[in-house]
Design a protein around this ligand. Structure first.
Ligand code: A3P
Length: 329
């Protein structure tokens, strides 16, 4: 479907038909009270749908690109910091890392809610090589060139209970005019059980990347937040090897991996001035990306009945895939 036109200055303008398309889509309420739209099997938040369509239609991947993919609130910020540090370790030592003065989301930018939402055809030439960018799109909806090129995808997932609780807290930081956020987890819970949440259904997005990682292990690396929490060192090695830049014996002896893990830890990042005080262009405080970072925090917010119900649904949907989650430490 053609949804854009190119204006005389080369910038793509959204035609009324995108507006028309959005208006015709099934819609539900997101946790923050704003609409979610269902398109091609995905529930997009209102602020992401235009960017997601544009990204899907226009992005041309290069073989050297690194795409970080995730469901929101699954450890995206952490993965950005880690991957940026691994890739650029020969340019910046942890003591002079740009992470010390720049939020991870600025160093590794989102396609749908940043690059392609600001401009229909963003100028990606300015991004340093190798380009590291991130998305919440499902594997099946990625631009064809990502799937066809030699670029690499690192996916991070998190157990659905902690992901849900994390999103609930995050959504309360959004302040939108004329929109009333849901007041409790219970209020949005039935929808979540139907797969209705930002970039959901949960099971579809994780399954897409899970299957891709089994079919194309050289193309898609599938990580779990809980595994990183348990053993960050071996997961950092896994990331570096997957990207074709394994740590050398010398680096291991010199403690480079430990230094990166310390720099990117929750405590280190959240205590940096830039992450304590800064605000994202969307108006969200940088601090909202750093909360507890625990495995099993859901027990403080979901009743055993809710947790059991939701897990049962997710397990049924993932049935036979071999994908499992750890929900406690
Ligand atoms: P909680 O809300 O459970 O604390 P995302 O980055 O995908 O938005 O996910 C945010 C979640 O990851 C939050 O979880 C946040 O605290 C946690 N997080 C952010 N940075 C982290 C880090 N460096 N290490 C571990 N967890 C981190």
């Amino acid at each position: 479907m053609e949804t854009t036109t190119i204006s005389s200055n080369g910038e793509s303008e959204v035609k009324d038909e995108i507006q028309g398309l959005i208006a015709s889509l099934p819609s539900e309420k997101n946790w923050d009270g704003s609409p979610l739209y269902f398109y091609q099997g995905v529930w997009y938040p209102v602020f992401a749908i235009r960017g997601a369509l544009s990204f899907q239609q226009h992005f041309i991947a290069q073989d050297t690109d690194i795409i970080l993919a995730s469901m929101p609130k699954s450890g995206t910020t952490w993965l950005k910091a880690l991957t940026f540090s691994v890739v650029n370790r020969n340019i910046y030592s942890p003591k002079e890392s740009p992470l010390l003065a720049t939020p991870p989301h600025e160093l590794v930018r989102f396609f749908e809610i940043d690059l392609y939402s600001k401009k229909q055809l963003p100028d990606l030439i300015q991004l340093p090589s190798p380009r590291i960018c991130s998305c919440h799109s499902h594997y099946e909806t990625l631009p064809q060139s990502i799937r066809d090129s030699g670029c690499k995808i690192v996916y991070i997932c998190r157990n659905p209970l902690d992901q849900l609780v994390s999103y609930f807290h995050f959504s309360r930081k959004f302040k939108r005019e004329n929109v009333k956020p849901l007041s409790s987890i219970e209020e949005g819970f039935d929808n979540v059980c139907l797969g209705i949440q930002s970039y959901g259904p949960f099971w579809d997005t994780v399954l897409g990347y899970w299957k891709a990682s089994l079919e194309r292990p050289d193309k898609v690396l599938f990580l779990k937040y809980e595994d990183l929490k348990e053993d960050i060192i071996s997961n950092l090695k896994k990331i570096a090897e997957f990207l074709g830049i394994p740590f050398t014996d010398k680096e291991e002896k010199e403690g480079v991996i430990e230094e990166i893990s310390r720099l990117c830890s929750l405590d280190s990042l959240r205590n940096l001035e830039v992450n304590k005080n800064g605000v994202r262009p969307s108006g969200l405080p940088n601090s909202s990306f750093f909360r507890k970072g625990e495995v099993g925090d859901w027990t403080n917010y979901l009743s055993p009945f809710m947790a059991e119900n939701y897990l049962k649904i997710v397990e049924e949907k993932l049935g036979g895939s071999g994908l499992t989650f750890r929900t406690s430490q």
